[in-house]
Design a protein around this ligand. Sequence first.
Ligand SMILES: Nc1ncnc2c1ncn2[C@@H]1O[C@H](COP(=O)(O)OP(=O)(O)OP(=O)(O)O)[C@@H](O)[C@H]1O
Ligand SMILES: [Mg+2]
Length: 618
Amino acid sequence: MIWVAKLQGLAIDAEVVMEELSYENLRRQIDVNGNPKKMVCDFFSFSNPLLFRLKMAHKIKTITQILNEITGEASAVGVVAKVNERVTSANNGQIPETDSFLDEFEIVGRGVDISRIVSIVLDTTTHDRISVLPIVGMGGLGKTTVAKAVFNHELVEAHFDETIWVCVTASFDEKKILRAILESLTNFPSGLDSMDAILRRLQKELEGKRYFLVLDDVWNENFELWNNLMSLLLKITNSVGNRILVTTRSEEAGKVVKTFPIYRLAKLSDDECWLIFKERASPNGLPLTQELEVMKNVLAEQFGGIPLVAKVVGGSVQVKTRRETLLMSTLETLIMNPLHNENDILSILRLSVDHLPNSSLKQCFAYFSNFPKGYNFEKEQLIQCWMAEGFIQPSDQAGYETMEDIGDKYFNILLAHSLFQDIVKDENGKITHCKMHHLLHDLAYSISKCAACGSDVIGLNDSVSQIRQLSLIGCENNIPLPSIRSMRNLRSLFLDRDVFGHEILSFKRLCVLNISRCEICSLPTSIGRLKHLRYLDVSNNMIKELPKSIVKLYKLQTLRLGCFHGEAPKNFRKLISLRHFYMDIKRPTSRHMPRYLGRLVDLQSLPFFVFGMDKALI
Ligand SMILES: Nc1ncnc2c1ncn2[C@@H]1O[C@H](COP(=O)(O)OP(=O)(O)OP(=O)(O)O)[C@@H](O)[C@H]1O
Ligand SMILES: [Mg+2]
């Protein structure tokens, strides 16, 4: 419908006007207020307040006119306005409280599978230098979980000198795999690019040793590529009895790699699925409601033996307020669409996301598509990006909840819905990192309007101007990119190499810019033109100086500099929205703290402090 497209466009225009107004408001607070000289200058400049007001008034009038037209067109087809419950941050009060202790889970069943696989892996009658056992099964069936159990099995740990885990997932690139093997052995980023250097280091690490290697989530069905990898692995060590365990959804991929017969993982029994569901639906061990117990048999059967489905549906049921509606619609969908393949599974998982308590949470979930599959998310970073994108708004009630508190709550809700896994905690039991299952990542990708890259191809949506997020992290080189000008509504940009150079400034509406590890030496001098930026990560580069104009980023909430040796710009205190400021604390070579840091009243994270006689705290 044309009016729907018009409405979408109009929503973007309205958002831009709001952003402009909020920036101007901050600018006037910082630059002009109480400074008569500045007021006069302002009058003769482009930011003349009178001109600005006229321009904005004109824009608002146009938006209202178009909105009236759309209302007419919509009511002609029977769409009428309805007074609805307000979905804002004030609504957060209604979000059910949840805990974050779902990460450690017991493997249900699979005891027989695990011991069979362990005995194949430990089989001493095979004297090949490398033998390969593929585990094959559909998505979400538990292949990775079983492989992990085998990997950590005491007999396996005792039998092999080295155990190595590599998540292959994206394109099958032998150099990447060998580098990942090396990094897993040394626990350190290798920084090596030449194949020869990687092989030499691997020879040194593995000389005379027997290893067990897991290649998780392999998609390669090409014999030649696999043989190349094998011949390289054979060059590394002469020892016999090395084993490779491959997990894959593809039968073909299994045939390509196998030296042992393929291990086809069976589905879990209904009872086992029910146990997983129950653990998620009632994580504190309380008995389930009678209503659920009555449905047990019907429901358990519909999980189709897929643990991921039982887990995610269980997670959604735990969130009490929506339980009944969710349960009914989930049951109906499950009964109507028995789970045959990954698409059926995706549609069931989608239900769980559809029933998240509010639309901001759905946006937060979809935001995961900006990161590659298997990515280890840093919780703090994630929440700061959500804030920057505007998914989390400050609470109306002063002193009530900070945006970070709300972000924390959102994170816990997604966790309780079983949408995260592989939780990592620090020594105080606080969650620091998490991962997302591949199928759920696919779901996030299909929901978002993001142009994150899949394997090699950039999955651009039909309308380039609608793209709000672009991520090239982990993408292969030479991806055809649409012209920068056509991506005028881009709000988040994640790069791991410097593809745009100073043209980054053309993305005028950016809120999130992550250009860490791009090997850049300087930022564009007029970075201050990206006035809507709220999150800027330039860590792990070789930047020696920050451009002066950075202090014009009045909306900036998070600044990640990483290992930065320069001085902060003089007017650093103008960054009045700054809440999180990170610099590498191991080597704080800057001699002073930025001046007047004490005036940044919203500052919450500052993991370093240089003592001195300066004016940092004033
Ligand atoms: N036996 C089990 N008991 C409890 N939970 C399980 C079990 N098996 C799998 N799970 C849970 O189900 C989810 C999916 O499992 P897993 O990632 O192992 O599937 P997979 O077969 O590797 O999927 P994919 O093909 O997408 O990689 C995981 O989050 C895991 O926690
Ligand atoms: Mg897997």
